[in-house]
Design a protein around this ligand. Structure first.
Ligand code: 1PZ
Length: 215
């Protein structure tokens, strides 16, 4: 018994959720996308309170998207594709500078989309890491190659400090909750292509509509 929130994190669930993200014609379901992030945040929270500032920002973004999903125009937010179309056609996005739409679905999802690239890189490194690899190094390398480019100095600094508090590889694999290390590696190999595909589809959509630099 218990609600979903108090259940333990499990890597399998995240992968299952990202699998459900894609529709038959390769559109990304927003509800599943958000659900995938919720599960990842569960993992982040289990790593300790130094990650609280990261988790707070991510939760905040998720709440914004959920409010759109449950709002009166929720039917326009079924997929990321329909969201982009709806918000652009109705001028609900601040395109060049912050203005009347600080909580557009488009700019909010872009932040999570950039973080998904970090995740893709990080899980890729974890998958191919050796027993003596350091999670903090894998994490900061992935961050430096992706998300950090969009963050001001203070955030990069705080993130760098938090990364040093990550548990080591064995403990991290344990938290994934899918069995022995070989099993974690196998699951990662299975799941990463799904995450990559969701990332790639969103990336193409955003590039096509010139949404890569939304303020
Ligand atoms: C396992 C270790 C977890 C490391 C997570 C790596 C990401 C570090 C991100 C640190 C930034 C957090 C502070 C918030 C910054 C915000 O300013 C930015 C931009 O948003 P805006 O200000 O424009 O509204 N927010 C983000 O970039 C979104 C960050 C989401 C990070 C989610 C990480 C979830 C990790 C799951 C781990 C399994």
């Amino acid at each position: 018994a218990g609600t979903e929130e108090d259940q333990k994190f499990c890597l399998q669930e995240v992968l299952d959720t990202f699998k459900l993200c894609l529709s038959e014609n390769k559109e990304v379901y927003l509800e599943q996308y958000v659900a995938g992030w919720r599960k990842l945040i569960k993992l982040l929270n289990s790593l300790g309170s130094v990650f609280g500032f990261i988790s707070n920002d991510a939760v905040n973004k998720i709440h914004i998207l959920v409010a759109h999903l449950n709002g009166e125009n929720g039917s326009q937010y079924v997929t990321v594709q329909s969201m982009v179309k709806y918000e652009l056609e109705n001028e609900l996005v601040d395109l060049t500078k912050r203005g009347g739409h600080p909580e557009s679905g488009c700019r909010t999802l872009l932040r999570l989309h950039r973080a998904l690239r970090w995740l893709e890189l990080f899980l890729g490194r974890l998958r191919t890491s050796s027993e003596d690899s350091k999670t903090s190094v894998m994490c900061s390398e992935s961050y430096n190659e992706s998300l950090s480019q969009h963050h001001p100095w203070v955030v990069r600094k705080a993130a760098g400090l938090a990364f040093c508090m990550l548990p080591g590889r064995p403990a991290f694999f344990e938290v994934m909750n899918v069995g022995p290390p070989e099993q974690v590696v196998a699951k990662l190999g299975e799941g990463l292509p799904l995450i990559s595909e969701v990332y790639q589809i969103t990336e193409e959509l955003y590039t096509q509509h010139n949404l890569m630099d939304l303020p």
